[in-house]
Design a protein around this ligand. Structure first.
Ligand code: FES
Length: 118
């Protein structure tokens, strides 16, 4: 099992509301890939891994939302996930959930913790 490492993802006020930012933990071919989501004063974080087939979720760098920014949408086959729970509510993996990542804000900076590989 790999160790858990905390990384600073960025300042809360650098993210739009709502907004996302990717991060990675670890080096080499299989770093742990994740993203944080800011919504109002809340921050959530998930592994960047669609529970359908395992592709990364985003359309563009830091681009994880559907058209109206109301949900996280997988770019591969369109699965929609709730921002605040990671639950898939539409699409091929309906009823499954993104893997949540430990996240907290300290002095305005978002920190995420995860393993150093997938
Ligand atoms: S890999 Fe995400 S919906 Fe298919």
């Amino acid at each position: 099992m790999s160790d858990t490492v905390e990384v600073a993802v960025g300042r809360m006020d650098e993210l739009t509301d709502p907004g996302c930012r990717e991060f990675s933990i670890g080096e080499g071919d299989w770093p742990f890939l994740g993203f944080v989501v800011r919504k109002g004063n809340e921050v959530y974080a998930y592994q960047n891994f669609c529970v359908h087939v395992g592709h990364q979720l985003n359309w563009t760098p830091d681009g994880f939302f559907n058209k109206d920014d109301s949900a996280i949408q997988c770019a591969s086959h369109g699965a929609l996930y709730e921002i605040d729970t990671g639950l898939c509510f539409a699409g091929p993996c309906r009823g499954k959930s993104l893997r949540a990542v430990v996240v907290e804000v300290r002095d305005g900076v978002i920190y995420a913790s995860g393993p150093t590989s997938m």
